[in-house]
Design a binder for this molecule. Sequence first.
Ligand SMILES: [Zn+2]
Length: 387
Amino acid sequence: MFVNDPILLSKKLITFQSITPEDDGSLEYVRSQLKDSKFACNLFTKNGVKNLFARWVPEKTYDKTIAFNGHIDVVPAGDPKEWKYGAFSGEIKSGRIFGRGAVDMKSAVAAFMCAASEAVLEYDLNCSIVIMLTSDEEGRAEFGTKAILDWVKKNKEKINDCIVGEPTSSYKLGDTIKIGRRGSLNGTVYCKGKQGHVAYPKKAINPVEKIIEFLSELKSLQLDNGTKFFEPSSINISSVETDNPSSNVIPGECKAKFNVRYNDNYKASDLKKLIKDISKKFNNSSKSKIKLEYRESGESFITKPGHLSTIMSESIKKITKLTPKLSTGGGTSDARFLQKFYPVIEFGLVGDTMHQVNENTKTKDIVMLKNIYKEFIKNYDQQRLSQ
Ligand SMILES: [Zn+2]
């Protein structure tokens, strides 16, 4: 029987130790639940990672599909001694549910599962509902939502719009919807110098000082002042490393790492060119050479305010009385993969304890979130009819 109580379902999902990229049997459990609600389920594995694609269809024909995307994997629990209740207990105390994934994002998964199963029973829907879940979002994210999208393409599954249930609310459930995300580019700088004695600096080439000069030039770049929907792009240095244990040696090599969070003024390739120009100038005038390597986490994207954000805002307002802010802040999520194919927005719980010990959320927020998703499904369906 379908556990049609989003709090109990969250509790059950939290008890699976699905530390990324393991699902610990949770997706099999979700499949059995969704099958009870008449979803056709496909559970498949890509490089050892489990993914689930489930679709409910109305008896009549349909021409529109709303998809909910989420992840069942969680980050590691950290020191078990620091948890008030077990990290995988799903303990409910004083109106809050505790456990890894309570916020990010098992409770949202439970909320949209329950919202969908209630909606298909209560409303005479004309649209189809898809639920897609992965257990590879918190890690490399190589074989998760990306693999689901490959599967969708191969099986010619149609989807029109997508909601991701990441915790987007800032202080109160319903205060923020994400309509895009900044891009993220990770850079590593290598600088080779010449090792020597600190007392004879002229006989050495100091790569630490060179790298610091390079980084300060990088840091002084004024990328932009922000755009209509985005904060200014920024460069942040995250480490400067040498393997030098002695204070009287100038090391032969130095390495540094930085990250660029960028808005829709840039593509990763523009930034790489900009940084390369600095390194060229630098390499022309210096004996020590700068070498750069990159890892791209995802380009910036925006789903411009439109039908999805309007329907979600109205649904939120009806349940919480709040008017949500449309934001593009925060880190990356699987929406970066989905946006290549569909309009996508993200909405979920208050994210204040995500990835922390004693991660928890208000049980009443889980119920409200379920009601918001359910209201959204109803309004999305009706909007189709009026088009
Ligand atoms: Zn998440």
